[in-house]
Design a protein. Structure first.
Lengths: 174, 158
C-alpha cells in the first residue's frame, strides 16, 4: 500500500481597477479540485497540538522523535507566532568536508494560515572556508548553491509573543 | 485589492482507515494586502546555469504580504533576510534553503523573519527568540536547480 498525503493548494486575488485605463483582473494559482500527492516513505505520523503561553519558547518537533524525518509538514497557529527551522543541529565549522555548520531561519506565521513543506531538505553552511569571519560568511551566503551542503531540518521551535496563549498544531508525516 | 484568498487542505488515511486532515478547499483564508502591487513572473531556468537565479528582491516590490513559488521540476530556493546586514551593525544577514517538490507550491503569508543581530555570545542560534532581532524581513529570493531545466513561477503580492 502506498502511503500518500493529498495536498490541495490554491490562491486567487483580484487586482482592483482605479488607475485610469487599467482594468480589474484576477490571477490564480493551484487548484481546489485537483490535489497534489506526497509519498510517505513509511507510515509514521506525528500529530500534536500545543497550547503555548505568551513569551514562551516551545519545541514542536525534533529528530529525537519516533518520526525522525519528514516528507510532509503542516504547522498552523491561531495566533501570530514565530517558528524557527534548524538544519544540522550542533553542526560545526570543521575543516573541508567535516564542516556542517548548523543553520536556522525564522518564519512568522499568520493566524489560521498553515505553513507547509513537502520535504525536510535544506542546506547547512558547510565549513565557512574553515574560518568563520564576516567576509566568508557573506561570500558563502551569496554562493550558497556552491558552498552550502545538502542536509535536513532536524528541529523546529515555536516562540509565542502574541500577548495571548496560542494554540499550535504540527502534523508531520514520513 | 484588499486580500488574497488562500485554500490549503491535506488528507491522509492510514491503513487502519484513520483520517488525518486539516484546512479546507471550500472556505478561504484571507491574507490582507497593504498595497496594490503584484509581481507575477515565470522563469525558465536551465540546469546548466552557473549561478542561482534571482526570482525576486525588494527592488521589484518593496515587500510582500503573500508569496507563492512553484516549480515544475523541483529545485531549491534561498530566502535572505536583511541582505547586507553585518555583525558590526547588529543586524547580521540570515538565509535559509528550502527544497521544492515538483508542482507543490511554497507559500508564505507575510515576509517577516529575524536577522541574526550581533552574534553576541556564539550561542545565538539556540536562544534566537532573545538574541535575533524581531521584525526584519525577507528581501531576496533565489532559485537553483542543476539537475533539470525548470519552469518556476513566483507571485509576490503587497
Amino acid at each position: 500500500m502506498a502511503f500518500t498525503i493529498s495536498l490541495t493548494t490554491h490562491f486567487t486575488v483580484t487586482a482592483s481597477s482605479g488607475v485610469a485605463g487599467v482594468d480589474s483582473y484576477t490571477i490564480t494559482g493551484g487548484s481546489t479540485s485537483t490535489a497534489d500527492t506526497i509519498s510517505l516513505a513509511t507510515e509514521k505520523i506525528y500529530d500534536q497540538r500545543f497550547v503555548i503561553a505568551n513569551n514562551t519558547l516551545q519545541l514542536l518537533w525534533n529528530d529525537d522523535n519516533n518520526v525522525s524525518d519528514f516528507d510532509f509538514l503542516w504547522i498552523e497557529a491561531d495566533k501570530a507566532v514565530e517558528i524557527q527551522l534548524l538544519c544540522s543541529e550542533n553542526g560545526v565549522i570543521g575543516t573541508g568536508s567535516d564542516g556542517d555548520l548548523e543553520n536556522g531561519f525564522v518564519i512568522k506565521l499568520t493566524p489560521g494560515i498553515p505553513f507547509v513543506l513537502s520535504n525536510d531538505d535544506s542546506r547547512n553552511r558547510g565549513d565557512v572556508l574553515d574560518t568563520l569571519n564576516a567576509a566568508n560568511y557573506a561570500t558563502e551566503m551569496d554562493n550558497w548553491y556552491d558552498t552550502w551542503v545538502a542536509d535536513t531540518i532536524d528541529r523546529i521551535q515555536c516562540f509565542n509573543s502574541s500577548g495571548e496563549s496560542a494554540e499550535v498544531r504540527i502534523f508531520v508525516g514520513t | 485589492m484588499a486580500s488574497v484568498n488562500v485554500y490549503q487542505k491535506f488528507d491522509f488515511t492510514d491503513d487502519d482507515g484513520n483520517l488525518y486532515s486539516d484546512g479546507s478547499t471550500s472556505t478561504a483564508k484571507t491574507v490582507g494586502v497593504s498595497g496594490d502591487e503584484i509581481y507575477d513572473r515565470t522563469f525558465k531556468v536551465l540546469s546548466t546555469a552557473s549561478a542561482a537565479t534571482v526570482l525576486w528582491n525588494d527592488d521589484h516590490t518593496t515587500n510582500f504580504d503573500f508569496l507563492w513559488i512553484e516549480s515544475d521540476k523541483g529545485g531549491e530556493i534561498q530566502l535572505v533576510c536583511n541582505e547586507g546586514g553585518t555583525t558590526g551593525a547588529s543586524n547580521l544577514v540570515n538565509a535559509w534553503v528550502v527544497k521544492l517538490s515538483d508542482g507543490i507550491p511554497f507559500v508564505l503569508s507575510n515576509n517577516l523573519s529575524r536577522n541574526r543581530a550581533g552574534l553576541a555570545d556564539g550561542t545565538d542560534i539556540n536562544s534566537w527568540e532573545t538574541n535575533w532581532t524581531v521584525g526584519d524581513t525577507i528581501d531576496r529570493i533565489e532559485f537553483f536547480n542543476n539537475s533539470s531545466n525548470s519552469k518556476v513561477r513566483i507571485v509576490a503580492i503587497t
